[in-house]
Ligand binder design. Structure first.
Ligand SMILES: Nc1ncnc2c1ncn2[C@@H]1O[C@H](COP(=O)(O)OS(=O)(=O)O)[C@@H](OP(=O)(O)O)[C@H]1O
Ligand SMILES: Nc1ncnc2c1ncn2[C@@H]1O[C@H](COP(=O)(O)OP(=O)(O)O)[C@@H](O)[C@H]1O
Length: 200
């Protein structure tokens, strides 16, 4: 990423990511949950974090709705704003991973190019893309916040799945089908993957 000023030097601290991981006694990485609104990103990020917490891992959730209340409150849902939203979240996730924390990021992140941009911010293996796959009809039936109803009535513009696109990931590390399995089965699948890959 190009900076606006050319006169900025990187300051390397004495304590490194490796040191922090050694202190924590575990690896750090980002779990990136992508999927339609209502697919189950927040519910699963929350349940996975609970499991990790019980197992003694340090973690933190970055969730679309919450981040858009603060850090990204100046951004809307145009393609450019979504890109900037995800660029900032990617950078924040990277700081958390540098701090030795397992980061769970739950964002619709509808465009492949934007998810690839975030992936490139991380060394190999530190960005784990989890596609929360769920048919639009089921998401719309769940409609936990009543947003699909508003979008169908035309009260919400550029709503993902209705009037804005969602591009399914090309090669995610994990695919979770929330329309076919219970929340606890989905959590088991994610935890199994992390154990299999030696991440936890
Ligand atoms: N137009 C439109 N399109 C999609 N979503 C909308 C929109 N307007 C508001 N919301 C609410 O914002 C949440 C999505 O924010 P994200 O930051 O995850 O979106 S994105 O990654 O930048 O595309 C999303 O949260 P989730 O339902 O948890 O996905 C919605 O609650
Ligand atoms: N297997 C599942 N995984 C995740 N959520 C599920 C599942 N089955 C049903 N649900 C329900 O679907 C809804 C998903 O909402 P939410 O987690 O807010 O989605 P998102 O963050 O993607 O918008 C919740 O009400 C949740 O209880």
């Amino acid at each position: 990423m190009r900076t606006l000023s050319g006169n900025i030097m990187w300051h390397q601290g004495t304590i490194t990511k490796k040191d922090r991981r050694l202190l924590n006694r575990h690896d750090s990485f980002t779990l990136w949950f992508t999927g339609l609104s209502g697919s189950g990103k927040s519910s699963l990020a929350n349940e996975v974090e609970k499991r990790l917490f019980e197992m003694g891992f340090r973690s933190y959730i970055l969730d679309g709705d919450n981040i858009r209340h603060g850090l990204n409150s100046n951004l809307g849902f145009s393609p450019d704003d979504r890109k900037e939203n995800l660029r900032r979240i990617g950078e924040v996730s990277k700081l958390f991973v540098d701090a030795g924390v397992i980061t769970l990021a739950a964002f619709i992140s509808p465009y492949q190019v934007d998810r690839d941009m975030v992936r490139k911010m991380f060394p190999n293996g530190e960005f784990i893309e989890i596609f929360i796959s769920c048919p639009l009809e089921i998401c719309e039936w769940r409609d936990p916040k009543g947003l699909y109803l508003k979008a169908r009535k035309g009260e919400l513009k550029e709503f993902t799945g209705i009037s804005a696109p969602y591009e399914p990931p090309v090669s995610p590390e994990v695919v979770i089908e929330t329309g076919k399995h219970s929340i606890s089965e989905c959590v088991d699948q994610i935890i199994r993957y992390l154990k299999l890959k030696g991440k936890i």
